[in-house]
Design a protein around this ligand. Structure first.
Ligand code: ZN
Length: 131
């Protein structure tokens, strides 16, 4: 599906079960964050450790089991776990030998969030057909 409105854009990533890694920055014309949907096959590791200059990262583990390395700490993660890593955190991710690891990674500039949900949401008069 592809749909562009005055204040939104909808796009398909295709079969989300077979993505590998898809970044949504260009696909959705993101302006305040980078979002990627990732799948590491069983036993596969990201082949490097990395940190960031300005962006913190949030990882949402949506399927499987794996391991994180952060600043020398190594620990297991599984579906339902969420992580936030400071820009300077030196990180690497690996899927368990028996299970692929599917996760969403959201990058945004650290300390840039000035308001959210309760303070940023504004009620509108418009209503969808189902209300
Ligand atoms: Zn990163």
């Amino acid at each position: 599906m592809e749909k562009i409105g005055k204040n939104y854009k909808v796009s398909s990533t295709g079969n989300i079960q077979e993505l590998g890694r898809v970044t949504l920055h260009e696909q959705l014309a993101l302006t305040g964050s980078e979002v990627s949907v990732n799948e590491l096959p069983a036993g596969v590791s990201v082949p490097f450790v990395h940190a960031h200059k300005r962006n913190e990262e949030v990882y949402v583990i949506v399927y499987g089991k794996g391991s994180f390395y952060i600043d020398g700490d190594e620990f297991g993660v599984e579906a339902g776990d969420v992580l936030r890593i400071d820009p300077a955190g030196e990180r690497c991710i690996k899927a368990d030998a028996q299970s692929s690891l599917r996760f969403i990674c959201i990058q945004a500039e650290a300390k840039s969030l000035v308001q959210f949900t309760q303070n940023d949401g504004v009620p509108c008069e418009a209503k969808p057909s189902w209300l």
